[in-house]
Design a binder for this molecule. Structure first.
Ligand code: PLP
Ligand code: COI
Length: 365
């Protein structure tokens, strides 16, 4: 069957899965993104034919012609989400419909075909189902799912490809930042920007991350965990981190995050935090925050907390900010109360420990 909203997956179980004992060893301390499950999903696409050949099969290298378009022009988009063990023993996803929608917005920006949301959701269900034993136990553990799509056509001309491969791989993960929920230090890059108006900042495409690596290397060199990007036009306003959105909490309880103007990734965690903060009685604002104000409000004590958020980072306090001319501390470098409260609320909903009035939790098993 091909092309429609529903595809019949061919299931080819891995004939040589990792042994139970080896899996247990790997799951004891998986880190982030270095351990992978036994299976993957693949679906092919060709112009005129649509999506076809949907499979769940053994995770294995993908043979690739050296002239595959993605290797030259980076026509690739991806998503990042997690499967959680729920307190009742089930397995859930958090707002996967939002990931389906964002994958397609990203695909449209990169001139790629869209993948019907039901096919996207089905692909996640299939993989989580077959690899469910790979979901780590424990508070910080989850199965990180990485759906991605790339131009597989063998062609060196610069135009949208007419063949694509969609894949999903899964990686059991612990906390993204080692050391648990302790405040991280961020680097405000003087040299690099991430996304300009009209560019691909709002798309989740590999190229954005390739372009962030020199800045991230600069951050590591300066002893920081993550880079913060300022806007590309004036280098004045805070956009986001290399792989997370950013929030500011003021002494009057106002919670602020930069607006979605096209240069920032519309984070699904960001959206949930905006809702949770408003429900907790905070005034929430989506407005630009300048780096100068960040600095002076932190010094003056008006700015109490800053945190990063995203699927990988969940909610992570930012304790210190460095830049070429100096550094400053936020909230004495300790995790703030509002930050930790929002984090707990989010995690409790994701794990089925708290009510889910918005229908964010999607049951897989
Ligand atoms: N911003 C960037 C650049 C990211 O890579 C991510 C991670 O996906 C986010 C923000 C947060 O998005 P989400 O909350 O949907 O994971
Ligand atoms: C995520 O949070 O899912 C991300 O994609 C961030 C990073 C691992 C790329």
């Amino acid at each position: 069957m091909s092309g429609g909203d529903k595809l019949d997956f061919e299931i080819r179980p891995n004939p040589a899965p990792v042994s139970v004992a080896d899996r247990a060893t790997l799951l004891a301390d998986p880190g982030f993104g270095r351990v992978f499950t036994d299976h993957m999903v693949t679906i092919r696409y060709a112009d005129g034919k649509g999506w076809y050949d949907p499979r769940v099969e053994a995770r294995a290298p993908i043979p690739m012609d050296p002239a595959s378009a993605v290797l030259h022009y980076a026509q690739e988009v991806f998503e990042g989400m997690k499967a959680y063990r729920s307190v009742d023993g089930g397995v859930t996803l958090f707002r996967p419909g939002a990931n389906a929608a964002r994958l397609n917005t990203s695909a449209q920006r990169l001139a790629m075909p869209s993948l019907p949301a039901p096919v996207f959701l089905d692909s996640l269900h299939r993989l989580v189902e077959i690899d469910r034993e790979w979901i780590p136990e424990g508070e910080d553990g989850s199965l990180y799912l990485r759906p991605f799509m790339f131009a597989s056509e063998v062609f060196l001309g610069v135009r949208p490809a007419n063949e694509y491969l969609y894949c999903v791989i899964a990686s059991p993960v612990g906390a993204y930042f080692s050391g648990g929920v302790k405040p991280v230090t961020v680097w405000v890059s003087p040299n690099y920007t991430r996304a300009a108006p009209g560019g691909t900042g709002a798309a989740k495409c590999g190229g954005n991350y390739a372009a962030s690596l020199a800045a991230q290397a600069e951050a590591i060199e300066a002893g920081c965990d993550q880079v913060v990007f300022l806007d590309a036009v004036e280098q004045r306003y805070v956009d986001e981190l290399g792989g997370m959105n950013v929030f500011f909490v003021y002494d009057d309880g106002t919670v602020v995050t930069p607006p979605l103007t096209g240069t920032i990734l519309p984070g699904i965690t960001r959206d949930a935090i905006l809702t949770l903060a408003a429900e907790a009685g905070h005034r929430v604002e989506e407005r630009p925050v300048s780096f100068a104000d960040w600095q002076s409000d932190a010094a003056g004590g008006r700015l109490r907390e800053v945190f990063a958020c995203g699927t990988a980072a969940v909610v992570t306090p930012i304790g210190q900010v460095r830049f070429p001319d100096g550094e400053f501390t936020i909230g004495g470098g300790e995790p703030g109360e509002v930050t930790m409260g929002l984090r707990q609320q989010l995690v409790d909903i994701q794990r089925g420990k708290a009510a889910d009035p918005h229908g964010w939790v999607h049951r897989v098993l």
